[in-house]
Write a protein that binds this ligand. Structure first.
Ligand SMILES: [Zn+2]
Ligand SMILES: [Zn+2]
Length: 164
């Protein structure tokens, strides 16, 4: 069954000097019917026709039938928003190790999103990420000149889209 999850988040931007931008990749936890494990970290890149499931200690990482279907960002003066849609193939299974059924949207979904920037002071690039499981508000600063670059106040939202 084809399933789709929408990921949305908004970050506040204390400074506009560093050309902060979303990078076209993300990691998302999915229940994987191929290795039959729940909550597997799955890595996506914009434009790729497949994703990579991290597997587990018995089942090596493997390609999975999943991709980024939409990756749209919206910039305003002091904030940036991202909306990504991930499509993936899902089938029912039972995770024997955790003794729980696989779900179309994993039980405690988790996402990590990546950002890049360019420091005008030192003329060097840098990057950081924002993810579900951090204490909020969380912030990111330039690792070259320490200028505060972003603040994440709200946890990224994940929801299963119906009927796509
Ligand atoms: Zn897997
Ligand atoms: Zn800097």
């Amino acid at each position: 069954m084809l399933r789709s999850v929408e990921v949305t988040t908004v970050l506040a931007l204390p400074s506009s000097s560093h050309n902060l931008h979303w990078r076209g990749r993300l990691e998302l936890s999915l229940d994987c019917f191929i290795c039959q494990r729940t909550g597997r970290t799955t890595s996506f890149e914009v434009g790729a026709d497949r994703a990579v499931c991290s597997g587990d200690d018995k089942f090596d990482q493997h390609y999975s039938a999943a991709r980024i279907a939409a990756f749209d960002h919206s910039e305003e003066r002091d904030q940036t928003g991202l909306r990504a849609v991930v499509d993936y193939w899902w089938a029912p299974f039972h995770d024997a190790k955790r003794n729980e059924p696989g779900a179309a949207l994993t039980r405690a979904p988790w996402v990590r999103l990546h950002l890049g920037y360019y420091c005008p002071e030192t003329e060097k690039a840098g990057e950081f990420d924002t993810q579900t499981n951090v204490v909020r508000p969380s912030s990111g600063s330039c690792r070259h000149c320490s200028t505060p670059l972003m603040v994440s106040r709200d946890v990224p939202q994940l929801r299963l889209l119906a009927g796509r």
